[in-house]
Design a protein around this ligand. Sequence first.
Ligand code: SF4
Length: 321
Amino acid sequence: MSEQNILEVKDLTKHFKAGKKQLVHAVDGISFTLERGKTLGLVGESGCGKSSCARTIIRMYDPTAGQIILDGTDITNMKQKELKPYRKKMQMIFQDPYASLNARMTVRDIIAEPLLAHNLVKSKEEANALVYPMLERVGLTKEHANRYAHEFSGGQRQRVGIARALILEPQLVICDEPISALDVSIQAQVINLLKDFQEEKGLSYLFIAHDLSMVRYVSDDVGVMYLGQLVEMSEADEIYKNPLHPYTKGLLGSVPIANPKLARQKEKSSIEGDIPSPINPPSGCRFHTRCPYAAPECSQVKPELVDVGGGHKVACHLHKA
Ligand code: SF4
């Protein structure tokens, strides 16, 4: 593994059992690397497997196959006890800060909890000495420390979620749709806070979202997922200027556009139909049931993710390396 990379994911697969014989193919052979201090945006419709991918990387789920290498160490098959020191290096910010914050704990205790779990502080005073500055850092105050999550707005709760994730000084933060549940007016504030932390601490983010416009703003690279697989990946600007996969083009067509003339042009490339079930994903190219360019080959032969130049990778028979 290159020292440049904080995370390497190789052929990561996560299947869940559904009943006695069926499997949900949530994540199916995903590979990518994330450089230190950079942000990789992972996008796709809901149900495309991006959250399962994040939760498998952070080892909330055990992987079915593949490899997860964090800061040079293979953590794929580590038991929970072995994983503890590595958990400190990677933290998660969740979509719904209300559901992810314990309603019975004060904000101070919520933020101090990971410090105590990792034996980084021995007393309440030691914890407070770290919690209070962190509260200020995320735009709250010492006075908020003794309140409960329900007393805060959505934006403030997400600030508490960020404080809890960052108090351990992780190197990698997985942001699972961290702004989707927030008012538009608050979204930019939370994003700016995350960006400030990144600049200050050199953090690496895996940023999961279905909002392509926000992903463009925060990401160095973007990966597009469809039914558990990566279908396109490149530098963020390149993917927006020159999308190659019909699914990516469709997703870009579904980004709201202020200019009505441009909006009419874009609508033509929006995706028809619903995402198929991950229990029995379509054969060949999984997108063939919705793709306007599908040819007979597409339902039979799986297109591999190949570099078509300059690090721009795409999995589509229309684009060969
Ligand atoms: Fe469409 Fe075929 Fe390309 Fe799949 S491989 S995206 S079905 S053209």
